[in-house]
Every structure is written in C-alpha cells, then in structure tokens.
Design a protein around this ligand. Structure first.
Ligand SMILES: *Cc1c(COP(=O)(O)O)cnc(C)c1O
Length: 219
C-alpha cells in the first residue's frame, strides 16, 4: 500500500465534485486503519456482516456505505449504522428499510441500483422497472426513506466506448427521473458510478461517488 496511489486518485477527482468511497471488502484491520490515517473517512463494503463488524472495530467516526446486494432479512442489522445503501432494487426492499428506519427514528438514505451493463451477472432495476417503482403510490408513504439518486456498474470490458455509453445512459436516466419525480428535491443529487478500472470515464459522465478498492490497496 502506498499513499501516492491514494493521492493520485484524489487528484483525479478534484476537478469534479465527486466523493471517494474506499472499498474495503476483504481488507484487514491494519489496511483500513492505514487508509483512515491518510484522512479517508468514507468506506464501502459489499457484505452486511463485514460492514457491521468493521463499524464496531474501527470506531464510529467513519462513514459506511453498503455497495453490495442486500437481503430483506439483513436490513435490520445495518440500520442505523449505514450512511447510504447503494443497492436498492425493489419496492419491497424499500418497504423493509423504511420499517427498520422508522423503529430507529431515522431517515435512511438510499440509491436505486440500475442495470446498465448487458452482463447477466450485474444486478439492478431496468429503466422501465425504475419508472414503475417511482410511480407506485406506496413510495409516497415511506417517510423514513430518502432516495438520493442512482447507482450503476458498467460492463467489465476494455472497450471504453461501451463503458462510456453505459455511464452516459445512467446519467440520462438520472436526469429524466430528477425532472419527472424529484424536481423539487435537491437531495436527489447523487450518481454512484466508477471503480478502479473505469472511474475516469464515470467522472466524465457525471458520477458523484466513485467506489475504489484495488487501485488503492494493491494496484
Ligand atoms: C468491489 C467493488 C468495487 C471496487 O472494485 P475495485 O475494482 O476493487 O475498485 C466497487 N463497487 C462494487 C459494487 C464492488 O463490489
């Protein structure tokens, strides 16, 4: 691990308004403490149990984001410790999050994960499904949920034009949803896009949160 890799990432981010999430999945206590000592306080995990454990180990001055898929029966373990859930992909999951957030008297921030890649392995809502979800009147009754924006993962490929077009599709969908459902809500403002291999393209295409692991821990 080398602080210069971390600084290089921050330098690339600085012309944009994007924030860095350091993805710490599978990383040791010492590795995370090292990145913390460099001044980083936003970390992302893709598994609930690991997030809960690391939140206990590293103290509560860190901001934890859940970036991996979330099962309904695990929701209660991450509220109220998770700042932002990036992986919401159904109305029933939102209902469960709302229920648990209500118990803690908090408003849980969420992103809707959109399937932008053509690969079968990538999860998320199709654009038509996200419109259906946002039009459902049940959503208006979920007072302990704040939808902050969208998240997407591009196809794992070397073809940068393909990656760019997927990230662009995400931003266009974000703008359309903003106009149609959140025009009076300044909090609908985030696009979580970009990982170690593709974050410069994601930044160009309007990302506000990049999620970077391997580039910082072992390039
Ligand atoms: C692991 C992971 C990342 C980080 O990937 P790197 O290639 O290590 O930067 C970002 N987003 C999600 C959802 C992940 O699971």
């Amino acid at each position: 691990m080398d602080i210069n890799n971390y600084r290089n990432v921050l330098d690339k981010l600085s012309p944009y308004k994007a924030k860095l999430i350091v993805v710490s999945k599978f990383r040791s206590f010492d590795e995370i403490e090292t990145v913390k000592s460099w001044g980083q306080n936003i970390f992302g995990e893709n598994r609930v149990q690991e997030l809960v454990l690391k939140n206990e180990l590293h103290g509560n001055d860190l901001e934890w984001h859940l970036i991996g898929s979330l099962q309904k029966n695990k929701v209660k373990s991450i509220i109220p410790i998770v700042k932002l859930i990036h992986s919401v992909d159904s109305l029933s999951l939102l209902q469960e999050i709302n229920k648990q957030a209500e118990k803690h008297n908090v408003v849980q921030e969420c992103l809707l994960q959109i399937k932008i890649a053509k690969e079968d392995t990538k999860q998320g809502l199709l654009p038509s499904e996200v419109n259906e979800l946002l039009s459902d009147e049940i959503l208006g009754q979920l007072n302990n949920i704040q939808i902050r924006g969208l998240m997407g993962m591009a196809t794992n490929t070397d073809e940068s034009h393909k990656i760019r077009s997927e990230f662009r599709q995400l931003r266009l969908l974000f703008e359309e949803i903003k106009q149609n459902y959140y025009s009076n809500d300044p909090l609908f403002s985030e696009i979580s896009a970009g990982m170690s291999d593709d974050f410069p393209i994601a930044l160009d295409e309007g990302s506000t949160f990049v999620r970077i692991g391997s580039l910082i821990f072992n390039p």
